[in-house]
Design a protein around this ligand. Structure first.
Ligand SMILES: NC(=O)c1ccc[n+]([C@@H]2O[C@H](COP(=O)([O-])OP(=O)(O)OC[C@H]3O[C@@H](n4cnc5c(N)ncnc54)[C@H](OP(=O)(O)O)[C@@H]3O)[C@@H](O)[C@H]2O)c1
Length: 290
């Protein structure tokens, strides 16, 4: 199977490129320079040029806070461009895999969110990602939309790398302890996408993919520092304080709870999603060897 991967230098894009061969897939990776997905003509041409059997869209406008003041750019990448990709896939009659986010929920629910829960984004990033989901559903029949959360990897910008940097620089750090979610490694997202595509189940639709178990950012930070220390990483940090969201104001509001329920994915594709602590150990190992 030949897959065209947009945003191939992002966290998930990179893992998709690395894992393709182990699923006997030929991956053609394109990032903004080779295929700017906001250019509809370029999207159509890419299908002619590469003749893929499926497209995986790992490209997105992911700067959650910046999006609040950069609405047009976020909309162009997360919504309009997704409609171009979805329409092109529908016309070529090939599957479209698209990644979405937990930030389409407002976080007011007690308990985890499944695929049938009401969506109500709190900010521009979530609104534009939701518009992207709607575009996929409007144009395509053969699609997988995968909502995920709190993505980390050894590359790009993410919470794990930020914590390790701050932990090396500072004695004391405060981390938000009243937002709940599920950290998810880019590698596990990529693995699950290939499992879905190569299963040939064609159980098209919307799925949640997040790693067990639920954490707060504070709990995630504790686990990051514990794992780093156990791997011999030198840290200056001596005190990690639990703070509240109101003590760490950000331009974009975050959901207080974005715990994703992944039963539909696990049951439909007979998959076991790994716990994030296992992936965290691998990512810190990778960072140690960079
Ligand atoms: N990161 C998270 O915590 C998180 C959480 C939930 C869901 N998600 C979703 O998961 C997916 C993957 O996220 P990620 O963390 O891997 O993102 P990422 O590391 O920010 O990578 C996104 C990639 O998209 C590229 N891109 C941006 N605009 C583009 C355009 N117009 N044309 C082509 N490429 C473009 C970026 O290139 P440049 O570097 O040139 O901009 C970058 O390589 C996204 O759909 C995101 O919304 C992420």
């Amino acid at each position: 199977m030949k897959v065209l991967i947009t945003g191939c230098h992002g966290q998930v894009g990179r893992e998709l490129m690395l894992l393709a061969a182990s699923y006997d897939c030929e991956a053609v990776g394109v990032d903004r320079d080779e295929l700017n997905i906001t250019d509809q003509n370029a999207v159509v041409q890419a299908i002619y040029k590469y003749s893929p059997d499926a497209i995986i869209n790992a490209a997105a406008y992911t700067a959650v806070d910046k999006a609040e003041d950069d609405v047009a750019a976020a909309q162009a990448v997360n919504a309009t461009a997704v409609s171009y990709l979805a329409e092109a896939c529908a016309n070529a009659d090939i599957p479209f895999v698209h990644i979405s986010t937990d930030y389409i929920f407002d976080g007011r629910k007690h308990g985890d969110y499944d695929e049938y829960d009401v969506v109500s984004p709190l900010g521009v990033y979530g609104e534009t990602k939701l518009a992207g989901e709607e575009a996929v559903q409007k144009f395509c029949k053969k699609y997988y939309i995968l909502r995920t959360s709190w993505v980390f990897s050894a590359h790009g910008n993410n919470f794990v790398k930020t914590m390790l940097r701050l932990g090396a620089e500072r004695d004391v750090l405060g981390v938000v302890a009243d937002q709940y979610g599920k950290p998810t490694s880019a590698n596990e997202i990529a693995r699950v996408i290939y499992e879905m595509l190569t299963s040939h189940k064609q159980a098209w639709g919307l799925y949640h993919i997040a790693q067990s178990e639920v954490a707060t950012w504070f709990g995630f930070a504790e686990a990051i520092f514990a794992e780093a220390r156990s791997q011999g990483v030198a840290l200056k940090l001596s005190t990690l304080n639990a703070i509240q969201t109101e003590d760490y104001p950000t331009p974009a509001k975050r959901p207080a709870n974005s715990e994703l329920n992944c039963d539909k994915l696990e049951q439909t594709f007979k998959l076991n999603i790994k716990p994030w602590k296992d992936s965290l150990a691998d990512v810190i190992k990778d960072l140690n060897h960079v």
